[in-house]
Design a protein around this ligand. Structure first.
Ligand SMILES: [Zn+2]
Length: 448
């Protein structure tokens, strides 16, 4: 029998309480005041959340292994543990897309005994059919990274009619508008808000037509789009929404002043205006947006700085740094050109949440809702194990994200565990510190 006793202040989405928790063989068995001498005791400067979950990440590994140079399941787990994340859900657009049971079996076998719990999405692409296994699905309405996407609403409808009632997550961008905007100057102009809004209209209609249990990924736009979703929900659909830390922290108003940041923050859908960003923060706080999900995309710096490859001898980021000093106008021009979309964000998941608390007045329970309980509810239905994720209660997994809210963390490149080896938040000081990550009774990370 494997047993663990923890004492401190525990935060669920619906309550905060102090006391002790006993974990036996990975599951929470007892909650009380005097269960015994604790293995770990945390004073009241610390808070113990249910283990956090990131339900949208890219781990890049597949049977072919061609992208293991930038991440694999092991380094993905290291980054997650370092980010306070005990469970992740991995997207299917690897070089060999996960679109059938055979490939699902390969991934399930590969992740079966890893320290962090990993759930795989199956991809929906032109001509695919649902799998016999119960899995979450992912649809790309427009091209992002990889070949798994649709070019028209008609093509999408033809495929989606087979997925009636299934759990489907959507990447919402319209192919035609992306194509028409290709040559524009900056990433937000090449992937404008209209491209999300146009696709959103037909995506919501398809969700209603095929009664999908839908989720909208990495939401980037404010008011107008949120109004459309509100109307859709009023029709009786409980479609949920993710938002990425990047879209909550950076915006194009900042990038107009500092275009040299573009290579570090380019992702799809694009960042939008400050107004959009503040709308997203408000919607997350009031519970309209359901999840913080990073869209962790571990591309290397060489891939991010692809526009700087040919202008010097050194590595592309060094060329960039040199040009930043010697010819800032040219540097900025190259930064605005198309690089590689996606940013590594698993390492900073938990500390980012402390910024929302300190800067935007989120309560501890708000954080437990968007980082723990909602993600836990999302993944639990797909696992066959004995417990549940997302809450500190009997019958749930003994998984915890333990933080000190008053001790700041400076994000530094050398600390990043993702194989990509960098973070868009480098140089940022977040107000809190991650002390410990525990999954199913096992300590994955200890930074006390
Ligand atoms: Zn993604």
């Amino acid at each position: 029998m494997n047993s663990l006793l923890i004492e401190g202040t525990f935060v669920n989405a619906d309550q905060i309480f102090s006391g002790q928790i006993r974990v036996v063989d990975g599951l929470i068995t007892d909650i009380g005041e005097n269960l015994g001498t604790p293995d770990y005791r945390f004073d009241d400067t610390c808070v113990i959340f249910p283990g956090m979950g990131d339900i949208h990440i890219h781990a890049r590994e597949d049977a072919g292994g061609t992208q293991n140079y930038k991440e694999d399941y092991d380094t993905c787990c290291a980054a997650a543990s370092h980010g306070g994340v005990v469970h992740v859900a991995a997207m299917p657009n690897t070089p060999e897309p996960l679109i059938n049971s055979e490939r699902l079996a390969w991934h399930r076998k590969r992740v079966a005994n890893l320290s962090v719990s990993i759930l795989n999405y199956a991809g929906v692409g032109p001509g695919t059919k649902p799998l016999s296994e119960h899995v979450p699905y992912k649809v790309y309405t427009g091209p992002s990274v990889g070949p798994l996407f649709f070019k028209s609403e008609t093509e999408l409808r033809e495929t989606l009619q087979h997925y009636r009632g299934k759990p489907v997550s959507f990447h919402v961008e319209d192919y035609d508008i992306l194509k028409a905007s290709e040559g524009k100057k900056t990433h937000d102009q090449r992937r404008p808000k209209s491209c999300v809004l146009t696709a959103l209209r037909y995506v919501l209609a398809l969700i209603e037509e095929f009664d999908l249990k839908a989720k909208l990924c990495h939401w980037s736009c404010g008011k107008e789009s949120l109004e459309l979703i509100k109307e859709h929900r009023a029709n009786g659909f409980d479609t949920t929404i993710e938002v990425s830390p990047l879209h909550l922290y950076f915006d194009t108003d900042l990038l107009r002043e500092k275009p040299e940041l573009w290579p570090y923050v380019q992702m799809n859908p694009s960042l939008q205006s400050r107004e959009d960003r503040l709308d997203l923060i408000a919607a997350l706080k009031e519970g309209f947006i359901d999840f913080i999900a990073t869209d962790h995309a571990p591309h290397t710096l060489d891939e991010k700085f692809v526009q700087f490859k040919t202008i010097g001898e050194e590595n592309p980021e060094d060329n960039y740094k040199q040009l930043l000093v010697e010819d800032i106008d040219l540097c900025r021009e190259l930064c605005c050109k198309n690089g590689t979309s996606g940013t590594p964000q698993l390492d900073t998941y938990a500390v980012f949440a402390t910024w929302l608390i300190a800067e935007h007045g989120f309560t501890l329970q708000d954080i437990a809702r968007v980082c723990c309980e909602n993600p836990g509810n999302f993944v639990t239905e797909f696992y066959s194990g004995p417990g549940k994720f997302g809450k500190i209660a009997q019958g749930y997994y003994g998984s915890f994200t333990i933080m000190n809210l008053n001790e700041p963390t400076l994000v530094q490149r050398e600390d990043i565990k993702s194989k990509a080896g960098w973070s868009p938040f480098e140089g940022v000081t977040f107000p809190g510190k991650l002390l410990m990550t525990i999954n199913k009774g096992d300590v994955l990370y200890d930074n006390r």
